[in-house]
Write a protein that binds this ligand. Structure first.
Ligand code: PGA
Length: 267
């Protein structure tokens, strides 16, 4: 079976905001009130035809979570520590995220890999920590420009994916969301063309299906890297692109609402 053959109807599209080190708790609340009102007319679609999650900086999780309560919009963390608790100054544990009502946690974002030295082993340990939790991982994978130029894209993405799948059981894999984010497209304004992205998404789908069978057909694979309202529809209409992980364009309620609606239209 080729990747595009099975129906994307089985996969509820997702639009995830990754605010990175932007927006204070107060700014997050102001965002939430504007965004919730922009999405008001579409709340019946949330959960069944579209899932939306926002990953603010840690200090905003509590107040943003309260501001989003009852809206159907979910809460995500940008990271977590692999250990349960202990002497890890500056780090945040899974229990702390669970206590704040997080639904998702990003793991393996390229900025964590590149700027904070996170290896596949560290990322796999974080995935293992999430196994007994209802917090769902959004595993980020993607190649650097150098790796793309060396034609190593699929090998790099496959090994990043394998590091987590090898370390975890089918239970986690059945809930996991994958985000393909070419490093050269993040925050640069350079987006992969829809065809380039689909080629990698289809390869990820093949790996997931060969390792997980039917479960792999249901895994959502998001695209990330300079997604904005003007390029979202073309990306989202690719058969194996099930949503987007959005940085810069998610910081403005209007633009993030446009992205959410683009995702609903292509669902
Ligand atoms: P960007 O970031 O949309 O600003 O390129 C995406 C991401 O890093 O998740």
């Amino acid at each position: 079976m080729t990747a595009g053959e099975h129906s994307s109807m089985d996969r509820v599209p997702m639009m995830v905001a990754n605010w990175k080190m932007n927006l204070t708790a107060s700014e997050s609340e102001a965002f939430a009130s504007q965004f919730v009102s922009l999405m008001q007319a579409h709340t019946e679609a949330l959960g069944t035809r579209l899932e939306i999650a926002i990953a603010p900086a840690y200090p905003a999780l509590d107040r943003l979570g309260r501001a989003l309560a009852g809206s159907g919009i979910m809460l995500a963390a940008q990271n977590l520590h692999a250990e349960e608790s202990g002497a890890f100054t500056g780090e945040v544990s899974l229990a702390m995220l669970e206590d704040l009502g997080c639904d998702f946690a990003l793991i393996g974002h390229s900025e964590r890999r590149q700027l904070f030295g996170e290896t596949d082993t560290v990322i796999a340990a974080k995935a293992q920590r999430l196994e007994a939790s209802s917090v769902c991982p959004i595993l980020c994978v993607g190649e650097t420009l150098e790796e793309r130029e060396q034609d190593a894209t699929l090998a790099v993405v496959d090994s990043q994916l394998a590091a987590v799948l090898d370390a975890t059981g089918d239970g986690l894999a059945s809930r996991m969301v994958v985000a393909y984010e070419p490093v050269w497209a993040i925050g640069t304004g350079r987006t992969a063309t829809p065809e380039m992205a689909q080629t990698v998404h289809a390869a990820i789908r093949r790996t997931l299906v060969s390792r997980l069978g039917a479960v792999g057909k249901r895994t959502r694979i998001l695209y990330g890297g300079s997604v904005k309202p003007s390029n979202a529809s073309a990306l989202l209409s690719q058969p194996d692109i099930d949503g987007a992980l959005v940085g810069g364009a998610s910081l403005d309620p209007d633009s993030f609402a446009k992205l959410a609606l683009a995702s609903l239209e292509t669902s």
